[in-house]
Write a protein that binds this ligand. Structure first.
Ligand SMILES: [Zn+2]
Length: 273
């Protein structure tokens, strides 16, 4: 068994709002949803604190607790909320939130959980990889992003349109018919995608924050199979390097319109062979 991990902030000047952690039987990736300048969150701790606290709580819990992953996530959301509900306004629409991707190996299976737009890719052999991605954020976002996508990343107009976009999305967060993320409400965990695959069918698995999956699902510069091969051969650092190269080649988003020109990127590769 081999585990490799890389994580990098969008810019060295900013905290990494992604979290990645591994034990001998579990992987946890958490991607905190950034709060654009000018938007309130009701929390004095910030998104990086939320993502890292949720991630480390999950990693400890998933290592000790054999219960269902969704239940572990629900308890972790509750635990983190209890760490700041007496100082922060957790009913605020913009209170810190995060996507979650988890894998746990049991005796004969590998279980997965995905909440919001992090991606789990399962390599089960010569067939097409199994890609688990919760596309509810993207489907809701598609209704509102046209104006932002028409503007050049880095311009004041784009920054303002991105702020409005994030503000609008907040109205759909953790609501029926909207999308679900880890924030203050433990019920969100019930909406996570979960499943398992027999361990003897699995060659490898990858967990990617959307800052790393964008090489495939936003830029279209690689297939999932190519990403698995890249992770296996050259490692997660190389996936992030190629992603940065693509971002640098399109700094104003004219080829690939996007909210963030650069994003925190995290990739974990777990090989079972
Ligand atoms: Zn707080």
């Amino acid at each position: 068994m081999r585990l490799r991990l890389a994580t990098e902030p969008a810019s060295p000047a900013r905290p990494n709002e992604d979290f990645a952690g591994v034990t001998s039987n579990a992987v946890v990736v958490v991607d905190g949803a950034g709060t654009p300048a000018g938007l309130e969150s009701g929390c004095s701790h910030g998104v990086a604190w939320y993502a890292h606290t949720l991630g480390s709580t999950l990693l400890a819990a998933v290592t000790q607790n054999t219960g269902p992953l969704a239940e572990i996530l629900s308890q972790a959301i509750r635990t983190v909320a209890s760490l700041h509900d007496f100082t922060c306004d957790l009913s605020h629409a913009g209170s810190p939130s995060a996507t979650v991707a988890m894998l746990r190996r049991t005796e004969d299976a590998v279980e997965w959980l995905v909440l919001a737009d992090s991606v789990v890719v399962l390599d089960t052999g010569p067939a097409q990889p199994i890609v688990i991605c919760d596309d509810r954020v993207e489907r809701i976002g598609a209704r509102y992003r046209a104006r932002m996508d028409d503007l050049r990343s880095g311009s004041p107009e784009h920054t303002e349109a991105f702020r409005r976009y994030v503000e609008t999305l907040r109205e759909h967060r953790n609501r029926e018919g909207g999308f679900w993320v880890a924030a203050a409400d433990p019920l969100a965990a019930e909406h996570a995608l979960t499943g398992s695959v027999p361990v003897d069918r699995l060659r490898a698995a990858a967990l990617l924050s959307d800052g790393a999956s964008r090489l495939v699902d936003l830029f279209g510069l690689a297939t999932w199979r190519q990403v698995l091969d890249l992770l296996d051969g050259s490692g997660p650092e190389e996936l992030i390097r190629r992603t940065r190269e693509a971002e640098r080649g399109d700094p104003d988003g004219s080829r690939w319109p996007r909210g963030k020109a650069y994003d925190d990127a995290t990739a974990v590769f777990w090989s079972f062979s």
